[in-house]
Design a protein around this ligand. Structure first.
Ligand code: SF4
Length: 373
């Protein structure tokens, strides 16, 4: 492990900076009356757990209103465990990566079923819950109970890589970065220190153009001393992100109802509802894609009409373009051959179903089209 330098000035300068410049209004890091907790004091682990899972793939500013909405709907573990999956997905709707919501739900049921004090105080205890990795577990333990566990999210990896001018991409030497995070952590104020480290990464030591002039670690930072902080963390050449075109049919019957299906339970968007469709084959016209997919997945024949909307959506591992056409149902009783169930619904009832983010724009386009006559 590369030497981070003298620890006391490192810890003290960061915590001094944090007192003035830290993000102190994060609701799950405060007591119920809005004041800051003292050293060693515990906070409600439920709110911390929910927030940490939301933060796994989403930034703090986006998470805040979703967290408030979630806590209003499910204020404690027991309420969440007793909720239906439909209600859980409805409240999560818009935040993406829905498997996180299902894991929170399943985790709550498991913690309640175990009886007694439901809240683990060890890394192993949290790691046993679905979807909880080491950094999330450590962050929950330090935030909720002020226990001395190092964290290593993307922000922390970047700050530490720069602090020691690490010559290897963090993903290839994670063990070394974990040791570094454990070494710099202040054992007397772990909650404050970990939060300060994250705040430094989010506000000062940012991915592009870090504001080193405002950084409490300027005098101690090897990347700054080398004159090129932006070179760290060192990166591997990224693999190209795959791109796919998806043909989607908004199928209407003679009464104006539209056909939706519920995805199978597994996968990124498992359990959500969507308009049917699938991947365009090479050389295939998009109308032919939609006809073929609806035949294969629902056993129906449709007449593909005009385009309703075309939109792009980027996931972390792929980019999709959805080309959506209005379709008229011709024949065949819809069968859920590649989904859990299919349903005809009136357009105004679509808001009763949880959809992935890309489908929300399709619904808006459909309702605008209906309103325009
Ligand atoms: S001096 Fe610059 S590069 Fe170093 S930790 Fe601070 S902001 Fe990051």
């Amino acid at each position: 492990m590369l030497d981070p330098g003298p620890l006391e000035p490192l810890r003290d300068s960061l915590l001094d900076w944090w007192e003035t410049h830290g993000r102190h209004a994060i609701p799950w890091k405060l007591r119920p009356d809005g004041s800051r907790p003292g050293p060693g004091e515990s906070l409600d682990p439920f709110g911390v757990w929910v927030a940490e899972v939301m933060l796994q793939q989403t930034q703090l500013a986006v998470v805040l209103p979703y967290w408030q909405r979630w806590m209003a709907a499910f204020p404690d573990l027991r309420t969440l465990a007793a909720a239906s999956e439909h209600d859980v997905l409805m409240v999560w709707q818009g935040l993406g990566y829905y498997a996180r919501a299902r894991r929170l739900h399943g985790g709550a049921q498991r913690l309640i079923a175990a009886g007694g004090d439901p809240w683990p105080r060890t890394l192993e205890g949290w790691l046993a819950l679905p979807g909880i990795g080491r950094s999330t577990a450590a962050s929950i333990l330090s935030s909720a109970f002020d226990l001395a566990h190092p964290i290593l999210d993307g922000n922390v990896q970047r700050v530490l890589a720069r602090l020691v001018a690490h010559p290897v991409p963090p993903k290839r030497q994670l063990a070394d970065f974990w040791r570094l995070s454990a070494t710099v952590l202040d054992p007397k104020r772990p909650r404050a220190f970990n939060q300060a480290l994250m705040d430094l990464g989010a506000g000062v030591c940012t991915p592009r153009q870090p504001t080193c002039g405002a950084c409490p670690w300027r005098e101690l930072c090897a990347a700054y001393a080398a004159g090129d902080p932006g070179r760290f963390p060192v990166k591997d050449t990224p693999a190209p992100i795959p791109f796919q075109v998806i043909g989607v049919g908004v199928v209407q019957d003679g009464e104006g109802r539209v056909l939706i299906d519920q995805r199978l339970q597994e996968g990124l968007l498992g359990g959500l509802w969507e308009f049917p469709g699938g991947k365009q084959e090479p050389g295939e016209a998009i109308e032919a894609t939609i006809e073929r997919e609806l035949r294969e997945e629902l056993a129906i024949e449709v007449a593909v009409g005009e385009e309703l909307i075309s939109l792009e959506h980027a996931y972390s591992h792929k980019r999709l373009r959805f080309v959506v056409h209005l379709c008229r149902w011709l024949a065949g009783e819809p069968q859920p051959l590649a989904s859990q169930q299919v349903r005809w619904v009136a357009p105004q009832e679509l808001s009763d179903y949880p959809f992935p983010a890309a489908n929300a724009r399709i619904i808006a386009a459909l309702q605008a089209r209906i309103a325009a006559g």
